[in-house]
Design a protein around this ligand. Sequence first.
Ligand SMILES: Nc1ncnc2c1ncn2[C@@H]1O[C@H](COP(=O)(O)OP(=O)(O)OP(=O)(O)O)[C@@H](O)[C@H]1O
Ligand SMILES: [Mg+2]
Length: 307
Amino acid sequence: MIEVNNLTKKFKSTLAVDDISLKINEGEVFGCLGHNGAGKTTTMRLILGLLRPTSGTAHVWGKPLSQNPHLRRKVGVLLENDGLYENLSGEDNLDYYARLYEIPDRKNRVSSLLEYTGLDSRRKDKVGTYSRGMRRKLGLARSILHYPSVLLLDEPSAGLDPEVQKMVRDLILNLAREEKILIFLNSHDLDEVERICDRIAILQRGRVIACDSIKNLRSASSEPGVVIVLDEKENPDKAASVIESFEDVERINQTNGKIRVVFKQGKSPDLLPALVNAGIRVSEISRTSRSLEDIYLEIIHREEKQK
Ligand SMILES: Nc1ncnc2c1ncn2[C@@H]1O[C@H](COP(=O)(O)OP(=O)(O)OP(=O)(O)O)[C@@H](O)[C@H]1O
Ligand SMILES: [Mg+2]
């Protein structure tokens, strides 16, 4: 359904998308991950035909959307610019788009989506008065109003509270499983991606550095390791230098008092005695489970190292 071949986009001197090829099928929930500026939104805009590629192609149902408005109508989209009118109420916004899309039984469709997203009680209020989460929900309702077959979502749950995040997640899963809609989403929420995506691509500086099912990426990703939580008064650099002295340690990664240690293949050194001997207060040490975050960071680091 979505097929991207050797897609490249240059903005003056910035190579935002660099020779990307992807194929995504009906009913799949496909997640695109990557650091800020990796090229996720640009890729989505290229697929939507909102940007012209420098080279390569982005096709949906075998054709570029930019030249096929009838196909564009079967695509739902939620970008950062959600296309909502601030001076119209939530209901009028949906109604406006429902007219545009010539949706049969318009009033009912609008009402059911307002109810579904929990915005029913605010339906008459102007969108300009909505909270960010409410606005996001309305944007999502707008994106699926016309029963699309392909849905592109740029960070759908960014800034939403956990309850609404769950609603969004359930909605996405339901659309994919029950209605066989293809969903392509960009996200920084690795936990969410792990729960809902069948396959992911990891982008780095415009290139796809990994593209597979989470299961395959997990089994291909290497060494086990530990996460060490230090006493809050402890100096992480001191602990890091002790850990780094172990030959069996592949690499370490420090973030706010936590040290993530990855061991070399097949190795499992006992770090605790050395840390204790060095007088470092460890408040917790545990084996890492291979979360998507671990896998993601590992793949990103591996690439960085090869540079
Ligand atoms: N219209 C534009 N003009 C110039 N440069 C742009 C434009 N749009 C994007 N870029 C650049 O292209 C690169 C990729 O940006 P993009 O928005 O695709 O990243 P992203 O992966 O979506 O990042 P984020 O996670 O922050 O949303 C960045 O270096 C960005 O500055
Ligand atoms: Mg983006």
